[in-house]
Design a protein around this ligand. Sequence first.
Ligand code: 5MM
Length: 330
Amino acid sequence: MSTLTEVAHTLVSNRRGILAADESIGTMSSRLESVGVEPTEENRRVYRELIVTTPKLSDSVSGVILADETIRQKLSDGQTFPEALAGIGVLAGIKVDTGAKPLAGAPNEKVTEGLDGLRERVTEYVRLGATFAKWRAVITISNSMPTERAVRSNAHALARYAGLCQEGGLVPIVEPEVLMDGDHSLAQCQQVTRAVLRCVFDELALMQVDLEGMILKPNMVVAGKDSSEQPGVEEVAQVTVETLRETVPPSVPGIAFLSGGQSPEVATSHLGAMQNLDPLPWELTYSFGRALVGPALETWRGNPDKWEAAQRALSERAVANAAARVESKG
Ligand code: 5MM
């Protein structure tokens, strides 16, 4: 097994999942402000320290995705974040995209940027202790979207990113997110997700990306959050797995879902319901951001007295998701 394949398997096996703590400075600052915490570099660091020092984190978390700012920061004990994670048996990842920017010729659609200089940045991130990377593309559903232009541009960028990461020794997490924003139906989400994943795997093949050395991070197939018809948990699980079976080759070791704005409990229920749908050719796990850390951030609110309670809130979600990966198998 190559190192890339080993890292990919480690990330998705043993019931564990990935914690996405890679909010860009802008997103992290808004999240801190929403709970009354001043959005300073130091407060972003302290909040990330709370996450990675959560007791028993490694029982249910295999990897933590860091932001560029965080991978260069230190914990209060002087360790870097990758050092602290390595010390507890958790892999360090790094978000390498530089954000979704307006796509020329496609009003209201975005293409994720960050390919310029990526080869050199990958080398640096490996030196800083990263073993895997993440790049997120966003796709919007409406009457006129997504355009083929947006889907193909984003798929192309994801594949070039994945190729550069593998060349430099990082396992790429390939994240094409079909957003929950809007009032679209479950069927529309399925249709768009299917088309996006087909295009992504076509581009990955063109770039000769080794599928055994990558992780796919897709959205679950759900109705738009403003839709009046919300499917039940079993239906979401069935339609999501059906869509993945149609599009994701079995050589991909694992699929780690994003939560995309679902409540923590609902995201966990969906993950659990999917485990029953044998045969699954890949591991199905989580790479949640908000659905893992949301309750912890709400509990902490910058109050040092709430540090342990916040860590318990994170632990509770992480343990629930790890349990969801097996419990349903009954
Ligand atoms: C943690 O947030 C990630 C970075 O977002 P920005 O670049 O917009 O700041 C984000 O990519 C995240 O990893 C995924 O959306 C998954 O998180 P959720 O909250 O959807 O599970």
